[in-house]
Structures are given as C-alpha cells and as structure tokens.
Write a protein of this length. Structure first.
Length: 437
C-alpha cells in the first residue's frame, strides 16, 4: 500500500489528484468544527464532557460525522443522509420497475438514479436536521446533562429554521466535496469523506483508553488495544478480500467464418457480500425501542425493561439481539442485492455455463446454494466484529466508538483497500499509455 502511494506521488498528474484530495479532506474537517448559528458552544462542550460516549443512534451518526453531530456544527449531519438515501434507492430499485429499468440503461440510467439520490438526500437532511435541532432544544440530545436544555438558548421559529437550513446546506456542501474528489481526485469521494470522519476520531479514542487505564499508567491497556487492533485489521482484510470464484465457461460460436467465445472466467462471490449495511440496519433498528420509551416518557413495565436492557451497549440481552439482527440483515441484504435467476439468465443468453451444471434454473439454484453457504461465515464475522466495541466497553471502559471494531474498522479498512486499488489501476493505466506511445 505504501509503495503504491510512493509511486503515485512520483507521477505528476496523480500527485496533483492526491494533493487535491488531501486539500478537500482538510476543508471537510475544518467545517466539522464551525458551530451552527444559535448554539451555545460552552454548554455543548460541558455536555460532551459530562456524557460517557454512549448516545445510541446519535453515537452512530456522530461517528459518520466525525464528532460534528454532538458538537452541533455546520457539518453536523455529515454524510449520513446521503448514505441513507443511497440505501433507500438501492432497495427501491428491486421493487420499482422504473428504477430497475434505469439501472439497466447503463451510464445514463445511473446518472438519473444519482440525481434522485441527491434530491432524497436533501429531503432527508431537512428531516434529520429538524429532528436534531428539536432534540437539542429539548435537552434530550445529551440525556442527564446539567445544561442540556440550554444548548439552544433561543428557540424561536426563525432561529430554529436558520439552524435547519444551515445543517441542510452543510450536507449539500459535503455531497459537492465528495463529487469533486470523484471527478478531480482519486475517486470514491463519498467513501473517502466517510473514511476521514471515522479516522479523525481514532487518536482521541485511543488516548482516552490510555488515560482511563490503571496498569502502568495506562500504557499496558493502550498497547494491548493497539495489538488487538492490528489483529482485527488483519482479520478484516483477510475476510474482505476472501471470495468464492464460480468458474464460468463460454461456448464457441461461429459468426460467418469467425469463431467467438470459448473463454473461461469466473463469478466472484465475496464472503462479506453485504458489506457494512447489516451493522447500520441493526444499530438503527435497536435504537427504535429506546427512542419510543424516551419520547413517550412512560413508566410502564415495558418502558422500564427497555431502559434497563436496550440503552446500555454492554448489556447481554442488547448484545445478543444486536448479533442476531446483524446475521438476519446480512442474509436479507444479500438476497435483495444479488439475484441468482438474473445472473443465470444472462449467462444462458450469452452462451455461458458452469462446468457440471446445466444452464437455466439449475444454475440459479446452484448459485443460490453457494451464496447461502458463504453468507453464513460472512454474517457471523460481521456480528463478531460489531461486538468488539461492546466487549471493549466492559474490558477497557471505553466508549461505544471503540476504534478497532464495529462499523468504524469495517469502513476504514474497506475504503482503504478500495483506494489502493484505484491508485494501482491508475498507475497501471499510465504504464499502458507509456507503452503505446
């Protein structure tokens, strides 16, 4: 990986793209520290100091915003509305024929779906911004904070509207910055901004573990976490790169006097076909019961049970339900994102077949069988990685944003691997250009 970056900096045009990308990342992090107009910065810092780092769904959104949400900055919503809009459009593509037809139209259809994603992102940003501002005004953003109700001193309509518009504009600017990286940088703009947000919290989380440690002035815990982190990163890289390759043979076809086809290829089925989506789904769904209990203010038995079991990430019931939901959503997302019947029909249309398997329905059944078999270890792997921050919450008294586990490490490693592939592909392209010249 380091050699790829070193070679990229030696290439003038790639060096410009890398420096441009780094400049956008710095600008993005600067925006994450500019408070929204109408927010009491001193009270926000007081509440952050008093909180213990466990904020439920707010903690998840805060992770994707690089800590900007709980500080109520102009980039408080971060990239989360865009992620939600992308997931919704991807799910709707399966059930709405019009979107499915657009997806099959190639680049023009993809551009249209991207435009829909932008519109939906702005709509979601308005909704989420309104919810965050209302939550902050009521003091529920930091539960138990002594000055939580004084975060927004002026709760007038004009002030609230200004805050919502500012947050929505911040999300729009983030989308624009991501597209700039995709067009003029090294690519994968949105993914790189997510990577920047999550990686920005790593030093703080690690140093907090050292300060809270008791053995050897905290250095034993600190070094232990670093060692565990290296093992987890190696495991994530190994599983993220793992794939089952289904061999495919294309028969020869005679067109006139020329023969076409007869080539061999494969269908790569990743062990973790669902990526980080199941973890996001499970985290969001688990927050709904505690949110309902908080908004209703009920003191009934069900509300007390939810507050005792679903508001603490280190509770055994919470961890078991979280693990089961991740496994379920892994199978659910793979089922809607990979269609064995469609793959089998395309193979049959172009004269392809899997050796030893008949074309058509038997091929679809075989692909479904293999996909189910490899999704089991992938889903269990996701559940184990997602539980690491909760185990660390007990072992090291860390917060739920423990750096080496859960959503953070999956995204950081995944984006890092994809970025290296992008750089290597562009380096390879320049080698070919030099050869042709």
């Amino acid at each position: 990986m380091l050699s790829a970056f070193a070679r990229a900096f030696k290439t003038p045009d790639l060096r410009k793209k890398l420096l441009f990308t780094l400049g956008i990342m710095v600008l993005f992090r600067m925006g994450a520290h500019v408070p929204v107009p109408g927010v009491s910065f001193e009270n926000v810092q007081t509440c952050i100091d008093e909180s213990k780092g466990s904020q439920g769904l707010f903690g998840l959104v805060n992770l994707f915003s690089g800590g900007a949400l709980l500080q109520l900055t102009i980039f408080a919503l971060g990239i989360m509305p865009y992620i939600t809009a992308s997931i919704i459009l991807q799910l709707l593509t399966v059930v709405i024929p019009r979107l499915e037809a657009l997806k099959k139209e190639g680049q023009a259809g993809t551009a249209k779906i991207t435009q829909y994603t932008r519109y939906l992102t702005i709509a979601l940003a308005v909704l989420q911004g309104t919810g965050i501002v209302a939550t902050a005004s009521s003091g529920a953003l930091f539960s138990g904070c002594s000055v939580g109700s004084q975060i927004v001193p002026d709760t007038g309509v004009f002030r609230i509207a200004t805050m919502v518009i500012t947050m929505t504009a911040g999300t729009t600017v983030i989308m624009w910055l991501g597209e700039l990286i995709t067009d003029r940088g090294i690519g994968n703009g949105m993914s790189i901004l997510i990577f920047t947000s999550i990686a920005a919290g790593f030093p703080t989380s690690l140093w907090a573990i050292k300060l809270q440690g008791k053995i050897g002035d905290g250095w034993v815990e600190f070094l232990s976490v670093i060692a565990i982190g290296l093992v987890v990163v190696a495991l994530v890289i190994f599983v993220e790169q793992a794939q089952r390759r289904i061999p495919v043979q294309y028969a020869k076809r005679m067109i006139g006097r020329r023969a076409f086809g007869g080539t061999s290829t494969y269908i790569p089925l990743k062990v973790n076909q669902a990526g980080v989506i199941p973890v996001i789904f499970a985290s969001s769904l688990l927050y709904i019961p505690s949110l309902a209990a908080q908004l209703t203010g009920s003191t009934a038995g069900w509300a007390v049970w939810i507050k005792d079991n679903f508001t603490r990430g280190d509770h055994p019931i919470y961890m078991v339900v979280y693990f089961v939901l991740i496994v379920f959503f892994a199978f659910f997302y793979v089922a809607i994102s990979f269609n064995p019947e469609e793959v089998a029909d395309n193979m049959k249309k172009y004269g392809g077949f899997i050796p030893g398997i008949r074309a058509g329905r038997p091929t679809a059944e075989y692909l479904n069988y293999v996909l189910t078999r490899i999704t089991w270890p992938g889903s269990l792997y996701l559940g184990i990685i997602a539980l690491i921050p909760m185990i660390a919450l007990v072992a090291f008294k860390a917060n739920q944003n423990f750096p080496f586990g859960g959503t953070s490490i999956l995204i950081v490693v995944g984006v890092g691997l994809e970025t290296v592939k992008q750089i290597e592909s562009q380096l390879q392209q320049r080698n070919y250009e030099g050869f042709l010249r």
